[in-house]
Design a protein around this ligand. Sequence first.
Ligand SMILES: NC(=O)c1ccc[n+]([C@@H]2O[C@H](COP(=O)([O-])OP(=O)(O)OC[C@H]3O[C@@H](n4cnc5c(N)ncnc54)[C@H](O)[C@@H]3O)[C@@H](O)[C@H]2O)c1
Length: 439
Amino acid sequence: MRVAMIGAGYVGLVSGACFAEFGHIVTCIDKDAKKIEALRRREMPIYEPGLADLVAKNVAEQRLSFTTSLAAGVEDAAAVFIAVGTPSRRTDGLADLTYVYQAAREIAGVIRGHAVIVTKSTVPVGTGDEIARIIGDIQPNADLSVVSNPEFLREGAAIADFMAPDRVVIGTDDERAREVMHELYRPLADKQVPILFTQRRGAELIKYAANAFLATKITFINEIADLCEQASADVEEVAHGIGLDHRIGPKFLAAGPGYGGSCFPKDLLALLKAGLDFGVPIRSIETIISINDQRKRAMARRIIAACGGSIRGRTIAVLGLTFKADTDDMRESPAVSIITALQDAGARVRAYDPQGMEQARSVLNAVDYAVDAYTCAEGADALVVMTEWDMFRSLDLVRIRSLLKSPIVVDLRNIYRPEEMAKLGFTYVSVGRPQVGAR
Ligand SMILES: NC(=O)c1ccc[n+]([C@@H]2O[C@H](COP(=O)([O-])OP(=O)(O)OC[C@H]3O[C@@H](n4cnc5c(N)ncnc54)[C@H](O)[C@@H]3O)[C@@H](O)[C@H]2O)c1
């Protein structure tokens, strides 16, 4: 089948490459000409494990191509996906649907015959109706099916998530669209992946509700971690103990500096605001957002306390900048608030991240960037683990200790073991676990 994917970002590029891998003929369209030129040179605009190889393979086998021309890409497509960004609107926190509606207007200008338009972007409930209206206004005779097909992939594991998802959600009550979508996802249906057909509005809500629930789990365990610290318990034991209960499950129970990234913060805010528009204030979401916001500054205070109460004039080494490992995405990373708070308190920040430094330069000011973790630690007054990159788990900690001016480690991802850190002579502060070493 021919597929057009509008937006070649984290979601569009991964989805496009994976649909091509299923055997479909996919055209990825992006209005960012630099991105398209880079992709044509086989240069990936994002860091995502395995993506470069998957793209190269499918381009070589002529199932995947890139263009800036929406008309060329959409022509003859059995399904036209919209995978453009839906950031928070600065003025009111609602989802900014400018890019989605712009894409809809552009599609309206080129479609002929029956067209299946699929929203992959995360959009508020009712957006599908508006897309249908926009296209219908421009082309009153258009024979349209507007489908919601939200994406659940995680950056860093995006290809595996797309190829073996827990479920595929497809919101439509149009029989022709249902057939097209079923055919598109047939390779997954054949592997017994549940393909869940729902009403369009239900599909739109499933995405927001899923993200809100996951963010709630993270926020919950973070508060339990705070309690563990005061009650001399270990949050890792508590998380393991509750996660073994099948009704709860072990995922998203890692205590840390608070959730971030390109999805949770904006999606929770959008859900909250949409709720208000429907006259339904979702108090739990309001609380989760506020707890998470406060947590980031609290992490900065934790670092300052570990350094004896003041960091003015001190150098803090930060390992990891991205909101999680295996991505270069800096959007809404907790590192941004925490580093800014450290700078506000008078510290100099030196940082190292294996993939995130390029993006970090545009969101952080006055940070020195190191070439590796050891150079980052050299002469620093404390070391902070901000992101759980695997390479930080296997550092030579004896060497790190000898490089630091003071042997203070604040581990916001619990990647080291307190007993070992104590043995190595560190003052070690983590999250929801006993502090070791002298304060
Ligand atoms: N990033 C994730 O992990 C993730 C996961 C699930 C869902 N989502 C959702 O998917 C959507 C896309 O997210 P993303 O992270 O891929 O965004 P992104 O910013 O990485 O990519 C969006 C791309 O769309 C392009 N674009 C915008 N308007 C266009 C137009 N009219 N024509 C052609 N191209 C256009 C932009 O140039 C950009 O390259 C969002 O709604 C997001 O919430 C993201």
